[in-house]
Structures are given as structure tokens and as C-alpha cells.
Design a protein around this ligand. Sequence first.
Ligand code: FMN
Length: 392
Amino acid sequence: MQRRIFMRLVGGGTVAAAVASLAGCATDFPAEALAPWQGPGKEPDTRRWALAHAILAPSPHNRQPWLADLREPDAISLHVDRTRLLPETDPWFRQIMVGQGTFIEALALALQERGLVPVVTLFPEGEFKPREIDDRPVARIHWQPGAAAPARDPLFAQLLRRCTAKTDYDTTQPVLPATLEGLKGAMTNPDVHFDASLDPTRVERLRRLCWESAQVELLTPRTVMESVRLTRVGPGEIALHRDGISINTLVPRIANAVGAFDRDHPPAPGSTAYKQMTSRFEGHSRTAMGFVWLSTPTARHAASGSQRSAEVAAGRAYMRLQLKATELGLQMHPMSQAPQEFAEMKTHYDELHRLLLGQPPSVETVQMFCRVGHCAPTQHQPRRGVDAILRA
Ligand SMILES: Cc1cc2nc3c(=O)[nH]c(=O)nc-3n(C[C@H](O)[C@H](O)[C@H](O)COP(=O)(O)O)c2cc1C
């Protein structure tokens, strides 16, 4: 089947050698790209040990947009790595800020596991403006050596296990209401609002919205190109970059090997590349067995200049939620197309807020919107390692 698709893709002939060399190849990501998932072992340096857990946090497009400053003892200052933004799909950097929160929560869980009491101060030099980011720290996380150890958080145990499965869910396996109740138990910040739905009519409408909004992203040249440029195909590229969208299946690898993977133009509607991209989104949307979402009050944060803090808080809550989902054997996959703020998405953005919250985004902002369900385990996504995020 894969071979047939491939032949249609590149027309056969000269590429027989490429097929032969790749036939039977494993789709597992290269070991060096996954090494961070082994954990830091007996790493003696507390900060490196904790950072080795924090880099396993989820981030949009696996950008890992973090820089850690270790110049102060018993502290870590976190900055946004502004070379790792997503300006087309995330023009105001909201998702990047959510991805700072996931890192902070994982870091705090790891420090607690080490018997420390992490104190997280957001924006110690002042908060970024709502649609801007700059070089000031997002957070300073510090601790007093020898302070009384806090209770360890059982969610820590899920850090090395968690992953975002990007496959169709099993539609014969429903999500139980009790599982969603269990998820809710992971929420600790009352300023981040959790809600969920398993209602068939609502789920069907939200599935449709996922699919419709995905098509907007895929048919808008500059937004689809952002993903194309961050796509890593085959073991060589995956091991080199260890970020972005990693693909190691046969057809794209062959296309890449013979120069048929076009990185300069959006996939033409109707082309094999387009069909492959769209079918993934279609399958993910269609097999959503329920949805969960996190939101924060817009006007209150706008009035107090704390919109960026709210985004980070949502990221911390999302980290906890996905770890709890892992503990409960539930899959949770962000579907961030409708919540994106680029102009062409506006109708779907507004519709998402109407369907989830019954309120416009000026009142409450959807920070994370995810499908939930069950599927076979999938492999972890690459990580760049601790040294890559240390600020010189
Ligand atoms: C703010 C945010 C938005 C995300 N949006 C999407 C999304 O729209 N589609 C998707 O497939 N994954 C999304 N993800 C998941 C990331 O792609 C995923 O975390 C990353 O690839 C690393 O994989 P891992 O979570 O398995 O470690 C999002 C994650 C975050 C934190």
C-alpha cells in the first residue's frame, strides 16, 4: 500500500534505489533524539536534574522555546527562546507563553521530588505586554536549601511516561465521565477554569470545528508553510534538530530522499502531500471521543495587566492535566487550530468560544482545547537535551 502511494507520488523509475534502501526501515525515532526520555539518572547537580525533567514538557510544535539562566545559585531564571517562536500560527505568542507554563510546572514537580520547596515568581522584572514578548525573565524559580521538604506530588511519576499521541483514537472505547472527574482533581489553580464534554451532539459539533479550522490552517499558505518548514523527515533530520514535527514513516522519507518533499511551496490541494496532511487532521478530529478545555477570564487579566501570567498559569494547569491523564490511562491531544489568533481563523476562533464558553473571547479566553480518547501507546517526541537550553 505504502509502495503504491509512493509510486503515485514520485512516478517510479529512478527512485527504485531509494525504495530499496529504505524498505523495511524502522519508523522508530533515532535513539539519540529520544535519549532525554531516559531521565537524568543519578545526575548530582540538582538544577540539571530538575531541568532534565522540565525539557520533557509539551510545547507547541515541539519548539521547546526555553532558555534557563543558572547564574544565581539555588535558582533558575526562565526566558523565552525568541528564536523558537511561531509567528504565523501564534502571532501574539500566546501558545509560546502556555509552553512556558508547562516547563515551569514540570520543573517545580521535579524540584519538589528532590525535597526542595520551589518558589515561582512570574515576571520578576515586569510582565510582557499582551501581544509582545521580550528578553526579561518569564519566571524566577528559587529555593532555600535545607527548608522543610514539601509533600512530593504523585504526578511527578508520570513525567517520563507522558506523551501526546497524534493518532486516531479507538472509537469503540468511550471516555468515562469518572475519568474526566479524575482529571479535574489535578487542577490546583482556581483562576484557570476547566471544563469538558462527552455529550454526543456537542462532541460532534466540536469535531467538525476541529476539522474545519484545520483546513483553514492548511489552506492558508503562510500558516501551512510554518509547519512544513518545521517538519523533520527521516532519522538524519530528526536527530539533527530534535524538535518540530518529526516524521519517520516510509512515504515521506522516500519523497524526501528523492527531493520530492517540497519545502518551498504549500502542498497543492489534491496532491499526495496535501492528502496526507489533511487525512491526519481529519482522522484526529473524527475520532475525538470527548473534549476538555482550559480558559481564563480575559477582562480581569486585561485590567490588571496579567494576561501573560494567565497564559503561563494555563500552561501549568495543562501540564498537570496531561500528567493526570497519563496516570488515568487517557490520551489528551491539543487541537490548537480553532484557538489560533491569525486573521483567517477569526470565524472559527469566535465559534469555539461560543461553543465552549457561551461567551466571547473578550470575556473569557480559551487557552487549551484538547480531544480525549484512547489509543495504543505511541513513541515519545524528540528533545534537544539540557545543554541546548542553557543560556550562555
Ligand atoms: C500550547 C500548546 C499547543 C499545542 N497544540 C498542538 C496542536 O495543535 N496539535 C498537535 O498535534 N499538538 C499540539 N501540541 C502538542 C505538541 O505538539 C507536543 O507537546 C510536542 O510535539 C511534544 O510532544 P510530546 O507532548 O509528546 O512530548 C500543543 C502543545 C502545547 C503546549
